[in-house]
Design a protein around this ligand. Structure first.
Ligand code: ADP
Length: 403
């Protein structure tokens, strides 16, 4: 049996999944190391949901991503049944040239390192496991799957900033992110609601990172995210859209360094900064503090404004899809957002929404509203398998991951 390993390395977590390659891709193992550098915990389950491992580690033992990879690799070693044919990685930034997944080599790695300043919280972590594997197992096929790729079909006009065009040529442009999630959701929508999937759809990926994407005939035509993963909606700790004049003010009047500004915008802003309480919507929903109310009201308000802009890009709206942590799990937030979108023709069915059904709009809603759980890892596994199958990459033989 052939298998594919999917790695999604974030700032404080390392998620991984193993898929068996059969007639379809079958998920076998799903695990994550969370709290890297703070309170490391490894948990691994099989496809039936049985716990295969659950272990807390001392902070010093899993201080960073490479040490997390080593431990995960040791656990996987000998447990991956069959032949590991490839590793698929989530890479947040693929730049302007990649509209699809790419097989990794040294020169691609160097190219992707160039985009680190554009996604400082994500890109170095995404690239770290690729680098380790390239060094230790150069014959193992690796595939980089980009969060930007799905948006590469935009009209270039939409991806410009209104600054001199020489900066666009240099790469200062709108890229859009969460593309693996949008691609997966667009595919699922085509399966479950083919009547609307070919029309005008907004997908709201509302997790700790949050954005929305306008789909026409299943393709991305606009995104709320731009040059970096800071734009658009306010997120757990990221600011979302902000007047650049605010940044000039902070630089000039508060004497903030570029690094301090980066930390402020990426780590101290969004729901956390506004509420002064938490970046987690569950905490804010449970709180009666004024900051919690402000943060959630602002979040819903900005989603409403951005949905209006995306609906304008589509010249109307046939369906709205909720996905990711908040979108999939919070009937209360879906209800609040749907009320904001009532003018567009959105009306929820209370019972369907509370039950988290696939279709949560009422029968008379002009816009159909869906809840579709995203599956970025499956998307990565599909891309990886398709590329390897098409390219005839050499299988690596026995897995010796990081061992
Ligand atoms: P990411 O993959 O970007 O880390 P997720 O898509 O897993 O994020 O979403 C995580 C966020 O989802 C949490 O920070 C929390 O705010 C929100 N969330 C998860 N479950 C719920 C819930 N039941 N109600 C409200 N919000 C939730």
């Amino acid at each position: 049996m052939d298998t594919i390993l999917v790695i999604n390395a974030g700032s404080s977590s390392l998620k991984f999944e193993v898929f068996a390659v059969a007639d379809t891709l079958a998920r076998q193992i799903k695990g994550k190391m969370e709290g890297i550098g703070t309170a490391p915990r490894l948990s691994i389950r099989n496809v039936g949901g049985d716990q295969l491992a659950q272990e807390d580690y001392p902070c010093e033992l899993v201080a960073d991503l490479p040490s997390a990879m080593r431990l995960v690799g040791q656990w996987l070693h000998g447990r991956i049944e069959g032949r590991l044919i490839a590793v698929g990685h989530r890479v947040v930034h693929g730049g302007p040239n990649h509209a699809g997944p790419v097989k990794v080599d040294d020169s691609l790695l160097r190219e992707l390192e160039w985009y680190t300043p554009l996604a400082p919280l994500h890109q170095p972590n995404n690239l770290a496991p690729i680098k380790v594997l390239l060094e230790r197992q150069p014959d193992l096929a690796q595939v980089a799957c980009f969060d930007t790729a799905f948006h590469r079909g935009h009209d270039p006009m939409a991806d410009h900033y209104a600054i001199p065009t020489r900066y666009f040529e240099e790469g200062v442009r709108r890229y859009g992110f969460h593309g693996l999630s949008y691609e997966y959701v667009a595919g699922r929508l085509a399966e479950v609601a083919p009547d609307v999937a070919g029309g005008r759809v907004i997908v709201a990926h509302l997790g700790s990172g949050a954005s929305m994407c306008a789909l026409r005939e299943g393709r991305s035509v606009e995104s709320t995210l731009g040059f970096t993963a800071l734009d658009g909606l306010p997120m757990g700790t990221r600011c979302g859209q902000i007047d650049p004049g605010v940044l000039l003010y902070l630089l000039e009047q508060h004497g903030l360094s570029a690094r301090q500004l980066q930390d402020l915008l990426y780590k101290e802003s969004g729901l956390k900064g506004l509420s002064g309480i938490s970046n987690d919507v569950r905490d804010l929903l449970d709180s009666e503090a004024a900051g919690a109310t402000l943060a959630l009201d602002h979040f819903v308000h900005r989603i409403g404004l951005n949905a209006g802009a995306l609906a304008a890009a589509l010249s109307g709206l046939d369906a709205f899809v909720f996905t990711a942590g908040i979108g999939e799990n919070s009937p209360a937030m879906r209800e609040r957002i749907a009320r904001k979108l009532a003018w567009l023709g959105v009306s929820l069915d209370v019972e369907r929404n509370n039950a988290g059904e696939l279709l949560v709009s009422s029968d008379d809603s002009k816009v159909k509203v869906f809840v579709i759980p995203t599956d970025e890892e499956l998307m990565i596994a599909r891309h990886t398998f398709a590329l390897i199958a098409a390219g005839g990459a050499e299988p690596a033989g026995t897995p010796q991951l990081y061992a």
